[in-house]
Design a protein. Structure first.
Length: 141
């Protein structure tokens, strides 16, 4: 399934810094839980970025893409073959994504899953001036 066609994606001016900070926060939570840090994966990051842009374009938080895709289809489309994978989505201000996900039991379970070893984060700025986030976790096959 091809990624959805989108208008030009707008990133917050400090997107790279926000992604680094959020990945660091997620890995700090994992360390506190006695779990290894997640390694950055470019294929997972591309899937996360594409979905964040799709959500921002629609002004809607969803695990379903505008083309009907789910996260497993999106990461397979990017060439990532996985034995385990999960996804968190949301709309948060600067520095809030990891904290919000951590305070939500289902999202925290995804962040702290011992089955995942890699991560990709995506961020996009919507026309509504909201910041859309996607975290995709996975373990390669």
């Amino acid at each position: 399934m091809a990624p959805p066609a989108m208008a030009k994606c707008v990133l917050p001016a400090d997107a790279a810094a926000q992604i680094r900070e959020t990945r660091g926060q997620i890995n700090a939570y994992r360390t506190q839980a006695g779990l290894p840090a997640l390694r950055q994966n470019t294929k997972l990051a591309a899937a996360a970025a594409s979905h964040a842009c799709d959500m921002a374009d629609r002004g809607k938080i969803s695990h379903s893409g505008s083309n009907g895709s789910d996260f497993a289809q999106r990461i397979k489309t990017r060439g990532y073959n996985f034995s385990a994978a999960n996804e968190n989505v949301g709309m948060f201000g600067t520095g809030k994504a990891a904290q919000w996900w951590y305070n939500s039991p289902g999202h925290r379970a995804n962040m702290l899953s011992p089955k995942i070893t890699e991560i990709g984060l995506g961020i996009a700025l919507g026309a509504d001036k909201q910041v859309y986030w996607v975290m995709v976790g996975g373990s390669p096959r």
